[in-house]
Design a protein around this ligand. Sequence first.
Ligand code: HEC
Length: 115
Amino acid sequence: MRPCVPFLLVFLSGSAALAAAPGPDPKALYGKLCASCHGADGRGNPVKAKSLKIDPAKLNLGRPEVEKLSREEQRKILLKGKEKMPAYEKKLKPDQVDPVLDYALGLGAAIRAKK
Ligand code: HEC
């Protein structure tokens, strides 16, 4: 039985690490994919807006228009894109879509709450 003990320990610690893994990390995904335009805090990157030739307010996830969109519309914009907003249906795994959208919308809600 002895040789099995180290194996069992590795197996157990391995599955514990898996159980503790947070799955898709929405903050990291947002930072990698979205922050260049929407800004780390969701208020939008004015330099990027200038290079895209759009109103900087369009990149602010806290603008009131965002709240008026239904969840389906918000999800569709993320997956299919809209105007200068790129489509992410091929860049995000299905289990990443809602977490990263929630994270982005959470930034927007926090901005509106501070106003
Ligand atoms: C190249 C710049 C760019 C990147 C990168 C980008 N967006 Fe956008 N996003 C936009 C623009 C521009 C709009 C506004 C589209 C419009 O209505 O004209 C927008 C709109 C949105 C909206 C709809 C609400 C609104 O403000 O109209 C959501 C939600 C959103 N983006 C989330 C994300 C998420 C999540 C990511 C990363 C996975 C992301 N965006 C990456 C440019 C970008």
